[in-house]
Design a binder for this molecule. Structure first.
Ligand code: FAD
Ligand code: AMP
Length: 471
């Protein structure tokens, strides 16, 4: 038996490392076990920092800059000639961003006196954790409390096994040239972001989506507005298209079926973005008796407690949205509970963002979910075409929609499609966290001229008194 800890966290992603830091702040002697290898080296930060949130946003930003220079600056009277794209340099910058941030997490663990145990962690019975180091040696540790935060992995499908041309989202962050034609299976959050990166850089992108509906979790008016924009940008999104088979040779032939029967396309690269699954493989021994739910996630209650006393699970491996900040907040909650505090988590106010252009961001309920639940509601909307700031930016596509309870006026959901929606949504999250009414938001002073005025106007529009539109 090796060292004992107060807390051992399995998984060093945004759920796990945040839980560990908060536990250490609260005086717990803590270790993080993590098995991630990035380009040959152990690397903290999990999917999010190594192959998820951060590198995708680095490339989304780079590709947006390129697209702006090549397509959107002329409207401002700026003519850019001989613009050159250096994809290898772009990927190098992305790697630099990743390395700086993952290195920063290692520093933070050190500063908080948290041990980083590099290798694979497995929950045994009696609150023991077996760690298999990258070179194969095994050690067993004992802890008062264990937090499982192993995250998730991309779902693979038999119709499109990965090879040199068929890749998952991590592979789509590593192309060293722009594929002429790019196929993406799945027009969900990750598929849209990956498709956007390469489309902006010049790929002809076709997204094949099995569902007939676009982004069913998004308020459908907002989704419709976004879809129009994406189509204008040249993204070819085909709905009701189920991929049945692929063949890789000099390029990839993708066979799919839609309402008109059998179809096929040829692409140079294909990205499989059909969702993610909980990373529970080899996470626990049989005699640990850890309970999973019917979908294979670790079963937890509202406080992220598993069926085993002193064992918690957080992040992508448990129910709820697979979002970094959701996992991080669960980590803080669990660390505080372990240290004897009152950790809590408000699942009603988790913001969602899709980092396309325009961005899509929302918090709370959609109109379609309220309708099907029979909740009485009223809505207010405001189009960015009427926003002075959006016009000044020459970035007018999009809208804000505020949904409030018809009787109490309490805000039930806010939905934004437009530039900087990811930042604008924070105001709505704060408002909802404080149980604000649409009237509260309508009475708050917003600086002029800002995009946030559109949130204000949408809140005013709930009671039909928006100023810059006909109500
Ligand atoms: P992870 O980040 O997956 O971390 C788990 C860690 O545990 C990994 O390092 C893993 O190797 C390690 N591990 C697993 N099992 C073991 C074990 N048994 N022993 C030791 N170590 C183990 N979310 C957002 O909120 N915003 C975004 O913009 C965003 N963009 C994304 C873009 C892409 C391309 C992808 C793929 C995901 C994106 N996500 C985004 C989702 C986000 O990455 C996840 O929600 C988040 O990483 C989940 O955090 P986690 O800590 O639960 O798991
Ligand atoms: P997300 O859940 O946001 O990660 O998105 C994944 C998307 O992939 C969903 O919209 C699914 O409908 C879609 N999808 C899953 N399997 C297939 C498939 N075989 N062909 C096309 N789309 C798929």
């Amino acid at each position: 038996m090796s060292k004992n800890y107060d807390v051992i966290v399995i998984g060093g992603g945004p759920a796990g490392y945040v839980a560990a830091i908060r536990a250490a702040q609260l005086g717990q002697n803590t270790a993080v076990v993590d098995n991630f290898i990035y380009k040959g080296e152990p690397s903290l930060g999990g999917t999010c920092l190594n192959v998820g949130c951060i590198p995708s946003k680095a490339l989304l930003d780079s590709s947006e800059q390129y697209h702006r220079v090549t397509h959107r600056l002329s409207a401002h009277g700026i003519k850019a000639k001989d613009v050159e794209l250096d994809v290898k340099e772009m990927i190098k910058r992305k790697d630099k961003v990743v390395n700086e941030l993952t290195g920063g997490i290692a520093q933070l663990l050190k500063a908080n006196k948290i041990d980083w145990l590099q290798g694979h962690g497995k929950l045994l019975d009696n609150k023991q954790v077996q760690v298999t180091r990258h070179k194969g040696e095994q050690e067993t540790y004992q802890a008062e409390n264990i937090i499982l935060a192993p995250g998730s992995l991309p779902i693979e499908i038999d119709a499109a096994p990965l090879d040199e041309r068929i890749v998952d989202s991590a592979g789509a962050l590593e192309f060293d040239e722009v594929p002429k034609r790019l196929g993406v299976i799945g027009a969900g959050v990750i598929g849209l972001e990956m498709g956007s990166v390469w489309s902006r850089l010049g790929s002809k992108v076709i997204l094949l989506e099995a569902l007939d509906e676009f982004l069913p979790a998004v308020d459908q008016r907002v989704a419709k507005s976004a879809l129009t924009e994406f189509k204008n940008q040249g993204l070819d999104i085909r709905f009701g298209a189920r991929v049945t088979n692929t063949k890789t040779a000099k390029n990839v032939t993708v066979h799919y079926e839609d309402k008109d029967g059998k179809q096929s396309i040829q692409v140079d690269k294909l990205v499989v973005c059909v969702g993610r699954r909980p990373a529970t493989n080899d996470l626990f021994s049989e005699d640990a008796n850890l309970l999973l739910d019917e979908r294979g996630f670790v079963n937890v209650d509202d406080y992220c407690r598993t069926n085993l006393p002193g064992v918690y699970a957080i992040g992508d491996v448990v129910r709820g949205p697979m979002l970094a900040h959701k996992g991080s907040e669960e980590g803080v909650m669990v660390a505080e509970i372990i240290a004897g505090g009152n950790g809590h988590m408000n699942y009603e106010t988790v913001p969602w963002v899709i980092y396309t252009h325009p961005e899509i961001a929302w918090v709370g309920r959609t109109e379609q979910s309220l309708k099907s639940a029979g909740v009485p509601y009223k809505t207010g909307t405001f189009n960015l075409s009427a926003s002075g700031r959006a016009r000044a930016m020459e970035d007018m596509a999009g809208m804000v929609k505020v949904i409030a309870h018809a009787e109490t006026d309490r805000i039930l959901g806010v939905h934004i499609v437009g530039p900087q929606a990811s930042e604008l949504i924070a105001e709505a999250v704060v408002a909802m966290e404080f149980h604000a009414s649409a009237e509260d938001l309508a009475r708050i002073i917003h600086a002029h001229p800002t995009l946030s005025e559109a949130v204000h106007e949408a809140a005013l529009s709930v009671s039909k008194r928006a100023i810059h539109k006909a109500n």
